[in-house]
Design a binder for this molecule. Sequence first.
Ligand code: T5A
Length: 208
Amino acid sequence: MRGKFITIEGTEGVGKTTNIQFIQSWMDKHKLAYATTREPGGTPLAEQIRELLLSPREESVSNSAELLMVFAARAQHIYQVIEPSLSEGAWVLCDRFTDATYAYQGAGRLMDTGLIAELEMMVQGSLRPDLTLILDIPVQIGLKRAGERSTPDRFELEQVEFFERVRSQYLQIAKDNPQRCVVIDASKPLEAVQAQIGAALERFLESI
Ligand code: T5A
């Protein structure tokens, strides 16, 4: 049987990386075979593109160049990791996917979402996540958490308004896709966040 595709999303510093470890323990507990991966990245080529995308640079990057790099990395990632894993029956747990493109390039950079949809169709065909956990916190709290953890990457240098648009877009995506998306209040202490994630995963498992 084909595996399930789970994505985890949110603005900067919401706790995706922290909570992926919790989801891995949940999958271990349920004896599920899985692959953990991330975007941009997940293969040697896609990780190189990630480096190009995230490194702060003096040269201003055009929105189109950024969008095409995101989808170039995704195409390789799907080809090399996501599709083979799902076909073998493994679940795929992915730190960000195309919802991030609608949020960051669509709402953040104000790019045409029709264009994003065309690239999505070209690169993914019918591939969509089965479950998306959207970790939500006020933008300032996330940026503070991310800032305390590491030096800012090229995206984290953006203005607060950019991330407010990104956050609103994620909440809109959740509203438009209630079957697939679960919004997690990530402003709570870690144990409370993980209780919400655990409950969402149990509900998903029961539904399949
Ligand atoms: N991007 C990506 C696009 O523009 N388009 C796309 O299509 C895609 C796929 C890289 C960037 O790429 C952009 C968006 C991004 O800017 P990324 O590596 O996922 O994506 O970058 P970040 O969102 O910046 O991820 P981070 O690793 O910075 O944040 P996380 O993983 O969400 O947060 P995490 O787990 O590292 O936690 C941050 C800190 O908060 C603490 C943790 O201990 C850590 O110190 N923390 C908590 N503290 C208190 N209470 C809690 N509940 C906490 N949970 C975590």
